[in-house]
Design a protein. Structure first.
Length: 393
């Protein structure tokens, strides 16, 4: 959705649009920048991987929150995207994304009402996860109240807890009970199982990740067997993430990958020891910052917590080399020589940072600045709206 032309956001957008075609030096700081060449290589690698292994690809758009990027993923073969929030789904649907799965539970009636109206009124195909009878009943009630019927039904996935210890029913019979309840409501379509182990994504050691996904695969396969024994077809088991998707692939249990961070990568994922069977993805998301102060033993840049998330650690310094980043508060980052004795940057110098966690970092910005040709000699090719920024409901 475009903002009114006189809002501060619209003014910033217009000012940044005027820079398209100029070199990277023209980008204001702090700004969130995409290396388009690296991002497109990541896009192509994952699309080729899914195609080669005969898997559906449904990237997590909660990471980039952009309809334009979602369409780029779908143009390369993704069946659609997934999100975690109702309003993320609605923002992307309003911007033209036509296949969206909410891989999370929604209980609140106002949210379900908004979703039901979108199911009724928009050409987008929607799906959603449930892990309780109340979730099924409230969803069905909202759809009936919105007079949804026929082919406008919504796909419903039963979420099982495969080791995350967060949402999901225990594997086995509890999922069968929910599938029976779903089948009682004509506005719902049982579409399969949600089986995502988020806690395994950032285990550094490949062996630890492999053990976690082996246990998740057992739980998902057991639940599928119980459902089939009860007379239910299980069209799909969906899940997997950037840290483990090669393991889910090798198990032959999952049919769809919900990878997200592969597209941009972040400093936290870079700390994982790579699995040999997985493609290698590049850093494509950066915060451009500028040195605004200089002391004897440190420099200060203008990228504090307002420009990058810190839940998975502080940013890494991509360029110039020989620097580490330390907490300077909301507006500032402290730059130290690493190793000691390395030169510090001068006032006005550009510093490129790799965020610790891409998803919440993206949510801090209105748009992404897309650069073609690299961070040194590249040009600003386009701006990409973050359509679902702040869509936390």
């Amino acid at each position: 959705m475009n903002a009114p032309s006189d809002t501060p956001q619209a003014v910033r957008w217009q000012r940044a649009q005027a820079l398209v075609g100029q070199g990277v030096a023209a980008i204001d700081t702090p700004s969130l920048v995409i290396d388009l060449d690296a991002m497109e290589r990541n896009l192509n690698h994952m699309a080729a991987y899914a195609r080669t292994h005969g898997l559906r690809l449904r990237p997590h758009a909660k990471m980039h929150k952009s309809a334009e990027i979602a369409r780029m993923q779908m143009a390369r073969g993704a069946v659609g995207v997934c999100v975690q929030k109702t309003d993320e789904a609605l923002a992307l649907a309003a911007a033209g994304v036509n296949d969206i799965y909410i891989s999370n539970e929604v209980i609140a009636f106002p949210k379900l009402q908004r979703l039901a109206e979108a199911v009724r009124d928009l050409p987008t195909r929607f799906g959603i996860a449930v892990d309780s009878a109340a979730g099924v009943l409230r969803l069905a009630s909202a759809l009936v109240d919105a007079q949804v019927s026929g082919e406008a039904r919504i796909d419903v996935f039963v979420e099982i807890d495969v080791g995350q210890g967060r949402c999901g029913v225990p594997p086995g019979e509890p999922a069968v009970d929910l599938a029976r309840l779903i089948a009682e409501h004509p506005v719902l379509r049982f579409a399969g199982l949600q089986a995502y182990h988020g806690g395994a994504q950032h285990r550094r050691d490949p062996g630890e990740r492999a053990q976690a996904i082996a246990e998740a695969a057992w739980a998902a396969a057991l639940t599928r067997e119980r459902l089939q024994a009860a007379g239910f077809e299980v069209p799909l088991i969906t899940g997997a993430g950037t840290g483990t998707f090669a393991l889910e692939t090798a198990s032959h249990v999952w049919g769809e990958l919900q990878v997200g961070s592969y597209l941009f990568m972040d400093a936290d994922y870079a700390r994982n020891e790579s699995a040999p069977q997985a493609p290698v993805f590049e850093h494509a998301l950066f915060v451009k910052a500028q040195v605004i102060s200089r002391a004897a033993h440190h420099a200060v840049c203008d990228a504090g917590h307002k420009s990058h998330a810190v839940d998975s650690g502080l940013p890494a310094v991509w360029s110039p080399p020989g620097l580490s980043f330390a907490n300077g508060g909301d507006e500032h980052g402290l730059l130290h020589a690493s190793p000691a004795g390395s030169p510090l940057p001068s006032l006005g110098d550009t510093v490129w940072l790799v965020p610790g966690h891409c998803d919440p970092t993206v949510n801090l910005h209105d748009y992404l600045v897309g650069v073609r040709g690299g961070l040194v000699t590249g040009e600003i090719e386009r701006l990409i709206r973050i359509d679902a920024r702040g869509a936390v409901g």
